[in-house]
Design a protein around this ligand. Sequence first.
Ligand SMILES: *[C@@H]1O[C@H](CO)[C@@H](O)[C@H](O)[C@H]1NC(C)=O
Ligand SMILES: *[C@@H]1O[C@H](CO)[C@@H](O)[C@H](O)[C@H]1NC(C)=O
Ligand SMILES: *[C@@H]1O[C@H](CO)[C@@H](O)[C@H](O)[C@H]1NC(C)=O
Ligand SMILES: *[C@@H]1O[C@H](CO)[C@@H](O)[C@H](O)[C@H]1NC(C)=O
Ligand SMILES: *[C@@H]1O[C@H](CO)[C@@H](O)[C@H](O)[C@H]1NC(C)=O
Ligand SMILES: *[C@@H]1O[C@H](CO)[C@@H](O)[C@H](O)[C@H]1NC(C)=O
Ligand SMILES: *[C@@H]1O[C@H](CO)[C@@H](O)[C@H](O)[C@H]1NC(C)=O
Ligand SMILES: *[C@@H]1O[C@H](CO)[C@@H](O)[C@H](O)[C@H]1NC(C)=O
Ligand SMILES: *[C@@H]1O[C@H](CO)[C@@H](O)[C@H](O)[C@H]1NC(C)=O
Ligand SMILES: *[C@@H]1O[C@H](CO)[C@@H](O)[C@H](O)[C@H]1NC(C)=O
Length: 527
Amino acid sequence: MKITWLACVYSLLCGCYISCNGRLPNIFFILADDLGWNDLSYHNGSDFVTPNIDTLASTGLILNNYYVQHICSPTRSALMSGRYPIHTGLQHGVIAPDAPYGLPLNEVILPQELKRSSSVNYTTHMIGKWHIGFFETPYTPNIRGFDTFYGYYLGEEDYFYHNRSYDGVSGYDLRNNLAPIYEANNYSTFLYGNITKRILEDYVNDTSENKNPFFIYLPFQAVHGPNQDKKKKKKKAPQQYVERFSNITNSDRQMLAAMATVMDEVVGQLIETLHETNLWDNTLVIFSTDNGGPQSSQRNNYPLRGSKATLWEGGVRGDGFVTGGVLNPSRRGQVSNELMHVTDWLPTLCEWVGVAPTNPEILDGQSQYEMIQYGKPSPRIEILHNIDPVDCEEIICGGLRYQQWKFVIGTEVMSTSVDDSGWVPLSDANETHPTVQCNGKQPVFNASSELCPFNGKGCLFDIINDPCEYKDLSLEYPDIYDFMLQRLILYNRSMVTPLFLLYPSQPDQANPALFGNFWSPWVDQQV
Ligand SMILES: *[C@@H]1O[C@H](CO)[C@@H](O)[C@H](O)[C@H]1NC(C)=O
Ligand SMILES: *[C@@H]1O[C@H](CO)[C@@H](O)[C@H](O)[C@H]1NC(C)=O
Ligand SMILES: *[C@@H]1O[C@H](CO)[C@@H](O)[C@H](O)[C@H]1NC(C)=O
Ligand SMILES: *[C@@H]1O[C@H](CO)[C@@H](O)[C@H](O)[C@H]1NC(C)=O
Ligand SMILES: *[C@@H]1O[C@H](CO)[C@@H](O)[C@H](O)[C@H]1NC(C)=O
Ligand SMILES: *[C@@H]1O[C@H](CO)[C@@H](O)[C@H](O)[C@H]1NC(C)=O
Ligand SMILES: *[C@@H]1O[C@H](CO)[C@@H](O)[C@H](O)[C@H]1NC(C)=O
Ligand SMILES: *[C@@H]1O[C@H](CO)[C@@H](O)[C@H](O)[C@H]1NC(C)=O
Ligand SMILES: *[C@@H]1O[C@H](CO)[C@@H](O)[C@H](O)[C@H]1NC(C)=O
Ligand SMILES: *[C@@H]1O[C@H](CO)[C@@H](O)[C@H](O)[C@H]1NC(C)=O
């Protein structure tokens, strides 16, 4: 039986977007890893070459004021739960390979929301990086709402061998559902692309009458480290791609350009598959990065200030866009400057498919459905960037956006290195960046202990007029400074203790040698 996919219509009956054959839209969520603001060529200043992603962005809706968390596990937990990391205990650092905690099991996460009822019952697939906890089997994707999982549990690993060394021990980390697998010499971006392609083809080949729509979550390994082992001259991207970028003088940056181009090609092939199979018309495609680029290892956020792991804009303002046949035609080719945060995806997608979130009262995310589809104003005027109480030497350590104002204070923005807290232009590229107007040349980076933020006080910026965080306004607007500080302290009252402090690492128990050389859930001895 041949299924004809028709254009989508908004149903007044269910208050949701459905196709004429009664099906809910498929959802295809692509997450890049450590991809900086200036690591996609569509921001017009990059030396990376990503034509497929650029075209998807420019023919879709670019989310130009889209924010993520400053590092990996916090962003992934916020995406999955719709909650700020201070409310789930993941506000400090990333989850280490031997840390016995994860995103708490009482959180109802996105794939679970999407398969809750007989009418909204998505088939859910995850391909790629998890990194929100695996110490015990119930924390792993297959038990948390994903029907299928092909990928890895930790934060990083070798792109070809899929293994990771940590704290003197080493193990493989690749699984097909719960089963550990070896897949030597298959470059992860191609591997995950091929698996995803097969899922799409199988879906089309499935001729059953009432098949469920799909939710595909594809968190790529690219372009996270490791870059390149200089001593062993080991490449972290296929050689023929690296050679294409011999015009980039920095060898790490050259490697990264190759990694980004491979990802771009795979994205291009998957989008082509969506078109060839006629799935495109009924699919919502979302692209996001997980955090800003780590500039010390040659990812780039210019002209934004700062890096991954800081609360400067370079750490938290993310690449993001929406496209697919389900996107309202009047929104295509547009750039949205509405404020959005990664916690918003859960309520947004719930509204899109017509299911109420299980625990709406505890969500920090707000639905952006009307903003994305109809150009309505964002319901959001505020973003808590983070609060991290670990090793905090100020009254509080964190960051908050409220309307045009941004307040940052403490250790998370205190790094005195230019890479982490300054502005780092690329030497090889033209810096035009029409999506961020920074009004002039950046100031010289000066980590003097007399200057904010290095003097122990908070800094205040007007992000709308100063998106590159050039001018601290804390002395000019003392009332706003106080308002922002008090608001951050108010958020602090709802913070839970970081799981990092409650659950110390268990290197002996977690050692992969105990589990056939695979990093494995060690508490319930799953091999
Ligand atoms: C480097 O070469 C690639 C193609 O070989 C080209 O697309 C890119 O624009 C070049 N980059 C720079 C910085 O010249
Ligand atoms: C969702 O669909 C699957 C597969 O058809 C089925 O087994 C399951 O019972 C359905 N879930 C609900 C809540 O109806
Ligand atoms: C990964 O496996 C390869 C091949 O066995 C080996 O050469 C490499 O040292 C391993 N790397 C790690 C990080 O364990
Ligand atoms: C890599 O994995 C894909 C997907 O399983 C497979 O189709 C392909 O043949 C593999 N390539 C190599 C070189 O093993
Ligand atoms: C599948 O893998 C091959 C290499 O094994 C690669 O050339 C191809 O681009 C991949 N396709 C996708 C969709 O990832
Ligand atoms: C599934 O569909 C693809 C094309 O979409 C086709 O090439 C393939 O042979 C089909 N596989 C099966 C098992 O039917
Ligand atoms: C920068 O722009 C100039 C003028 O448009 C052009 O000639 C040059 O090739 C560009 N350089 C790079 C590295 O793209
Ligand atoms: C990048 O520059 C091109 C050519 O100047 C322009 O058409 C395009 O809109 C710019 N992209 C963005 C995202 O602003
Ligand atoms: C950095 O700022 C301090 C305090 O304003 C000033 O004394 C010092 O000269 C500056 N250093 C540089 C290199 O500009
Ligand atoms: C923030 O909360 C922690 C406990 O959760 C508390 O120890 C600390 O004093 C609070 N800070 C402020 C400034 O209220």
